[in-house]
Design a protein around this ligand. Structure first.
Ligand code: HEC
Length: 135
């Protein structure tokens, strides 16, 4: 995989933070959270997001799910977080894995039973990355 333009994103994020005084919308950018979110999105083992989605900032992306380009403009952060935590809320038959809770899952290996794939912090970090793309 080609090296992704993290520097470019962070430069953009820093610019966004600097310009925050003129931008009334949204809280200040948390660059550390954005960076952790990027790492989680990139992790094919832990999340697999880029196996199914085209995500801005990543050279390669899958097409089983919709592109996440412009996702921040499509709704508020808490709704985005809910969709990632449990996509079954909107589509009970979705193929997207459940990341934010361990309810109703089948065939889970004993070592992982009762645990969500992502922690609350992990969900926040992924949302931070996706919301920062809009700045
Ligand atoms: C197995 C494939 C798959 C994986 C892995 C996956 N998704 Fe999805 N995702 C989908 C599909 C398919 C949809 C379309 C919604 C549906 O199924 O109803 C979707 C929908 C979404 C949406 C809503 C998009 C919109 O346009 O409204 C978001 C946001 C999203 N996924 C984020 C993620 C994130 C973040 C991860 C990793 C933590 C991830 N997805 C992992 C398949 C996947």
């Amino acid at each position: 995989m080609r090296a992704a333009p993290l520097g470019a994103l962070l430069a953009l994020a820093c610019w966004g933070a600097g310009a925050a005084a003129q931008q009334p919308a949204g809280p200040a950018l948390d660059v550390a959270s954005i960076e952790r979110g990027r790492a989680l999105l990139a992790n094919r083992h832990e999340t697999g997001c880029v196996l199914c989605h085209v995500v801005p900032g990543f050279a390669a992306g899958g097409e089983l799910g919709p592109s996440l380009a412009g996702i921040a403009q499509r709704g508020p952060a808490d709704q985005l977080r809910q969709r990632i935590a449990d996509a079954r809320l909107l589509n009970p038959h979705t193929i997207m894995p459940v990341y934010g809770n361990a309810k109703g899952l089948q065939s889970v290996a004993p070592a992982y039973q009762g645990q969500p794939v992502l922690s609350a912090q992990g969900l926040d970090d992924i949302v931070a990355y996706l919301m920062a793309l809009a700045r």
